[in-house]
Design a binder for this molecule. Structure first.
Ligand code: BG6
Length: 485
């Protein structure tokens, strides 16, 4: 890949230091970022290139310590870094910066807005005024794109005034995770699953994204957002789309995005009338996670709040393929373990020939478990005869494919793939504007229903699996949340 320019607004922030710069370092180690590339950190305070480089050196120290190949490359990588102070509310520094970056249409310029969504429009306007928004320029925006449909529209319109849609890359980092990409490989690279991938053969789908962390350092953002906006609107819905979408005609970005959009538009609306039956919101209280005592959400926050840190939803995709198949979604903070997985439970065999055997235990339905993190892998649960002379005894066992054991090596972080895709100009793993709009269109009435119905979040003890109402949500239907042994 030829040299390029990557400009990170919010260049000293948490995302840049924890995710973006370590990801870029790894791409440099693998030779995808060559000499002549310039990586700029932009922020408001005065700082020299040297001071910035030192800060980044500390930020990537752990990555370097973990792998001698990475450690060897740190000096070369650091050389590519620059720091510029730019004022978003004024002109200061912009003409010089614009002259330095230039507007060569043949050199890729990626502007990464690792800043709050309230600043997206302002940065866009500045880039345009500085002549930096033309051909060759791309802009990357982080979620959340707004806090509801209306505010997302304002942001998208502001970006749209400066950039063509093809220049806008809306990141959902879940789409960059290896195992999430593997969903597409699994479904459309194998003849085995697709014929069964429909209501006729699938009983239900579960999508769980469980975290052990609490508020971390993000109280200001998180308390305004809550789990529905922070996780469901984007990550969980995107996973649901990849499970439920029709086979796209090709791997072309719009081919896939068109199919995802149709899923979002087929979601059964949830509003005041049915939110109480189909959704559960929770907020963690003090407890223990991994044997360590942790405070409750309100103690961490220091004031009262009705923000949810847990959501469970029974969703439905209303189309021919999925009619009547529930998609149970749940996500929360301070849960028992960090674990994200998709569980596809198939229907029971239509008739059991084993039922009359003495001590027959019921046949368990087949399940395909796609583990996104940690221990990435796939398990296919099957009924199997217990070996030995004890008759036709059956047990549920898993065919177990661990990504690490099968492929070895390190798993690249989602941001590595996504950052390089922005440079390559491949929008496949980014959200198109209409997808964001459609996701908000489904989310907003849920939020609204909670407000109108005064549905305060139900307390749950940190270290568990959320409020008991989330268990009831699925057990009411005669099903249970999947638990791996
Ligand atoms: C982010 C959310 O998008 O995803 C965070 O804002 C959450 O609240 C994070 O912790 C989870 O990402 P991952 O990759 O650790 O599962």
């Amino acid at each position: 890949m030829p040299p390029f320019d990557l400009v990170i607004f919010g260049g000293t922030g948490d995302l840049a230091m924890r995710k973006l710069l370590p990801a870029l370092l790894h791409r440099y180690v693998d030779g995808q970022i060559v000499a002549g590339t310039r990586i700029y950190g932009i922020a408001r305070d005065e700082r020299s290139d040297e001071a910035y480089r030192e800060r980044v050196r500390e930020a990537v120290a752990a990555a370097a310590a973990a792998d001698p190949r990475v450690a060897e490359c740190v000096d070369g990588f650091i050389e590519l870094l620059h720091y510029r102070r730019l004022d978003l509310s004024g002109e200061a520094g912009w003409p010089e910066f614009a002259a330095e970056i230039g507007n060569d249409p043949d050199r890729v310029r990626v502007f990464y807005l690792a800043v709050g969504p309230g600043l997206f429009a302002m940065v866009g306007d500045r880039l345009q005024a500085a002549g930096l928004s033309g051909e060759g320029s791309r802009v990357v925006v982080e979620k959340p794109i707004g806090k509801d449909g209306a505010s997302a529209q304002v942001i998208n319109e502001a970006l749209g005034r400066v950039f063509d849609e093809s220049q806008v890359y809306r990141i959902d980092h879940y789409l960059g995770k290896e195992t999430v990409q593997n969903l597409t490989a699994l479904r459309f690279g194998n003849a085995l699953f697709e014929p069964l991938w429909k209501a006729e053969h699938i009983d239900h789908v579960q999508i769980t994204v469980a975290e052990t962390v609490g508020l971390e350092t993000r109280a200001g953002y998180y308390d305004q957002s809550g789990a529905l906006r922070d996780m469901v609107q984007n990550h969980l819905l995107q996973l649901l789309c990849l499970v439920a979408m029709e086979p796209p005609a090709s791997l072309a970005a719009d081919s896939i995005r068109d199919e995802k959009l149709k899923v979002l538009r087929s979601l059964r609306p949830i509003d005041n009338g049915n939110a109480a039956q189909l959704t559960v919101r929770g907020q963690y209280r003090a407890g223990a996670v991994g044997g360590k005592a942790v405070p409750g959400y309100l103690d961490e926050l220091g004031h009262g709040s009705h923000t949810e840190t847990f959501v469970a939803i029974k969703a439905e995709v209303q189309n021919w393929r999925w009619a009547g198949v529930p998609f149970y979604l749940r996500t929360g903070k301070r849960l028992s373990e960090r674990m994200s997985e998709i569980v596809v439970t198939f229907r029971q065999v239509p008739h059991s020939i084993f039922a009359d055997l003495p001590n027959a235990s019921p046949l368990a339905p087949n399940k395909l478990v796609i583990r996104l993190q940690p221990d990435e892998g796939i398990k296919l649960w099957l009924m199997h005869k217990v070996p030995g002379p004890g008759g036709m005894r059956m047990r549920e066992v898993a065919m177990d494919l661990s990504v690490e054991e099968t492929f070895g090596g390190r798993q690249p972080d989602a941001y590595e793939r996504l950052l390089m895709d922005t440079v390559r100009g491949n929008p496949m793993l980014f959200m198109r504007r209409d997808e964001v709009d459609a996701a908000w269109h489904w989310i907003d009435p849920i939020r609204n229903a909670w407000e109108v119905n005064h549905d305060a979040p139900k307390p749950y003890t940190a270290g568990g699996w959320g409020p008991s109402a989330a268990v009831a949500l699925i057990e009411r239907d005669g099903r249970t949340w999947h638990e791996d042994e």
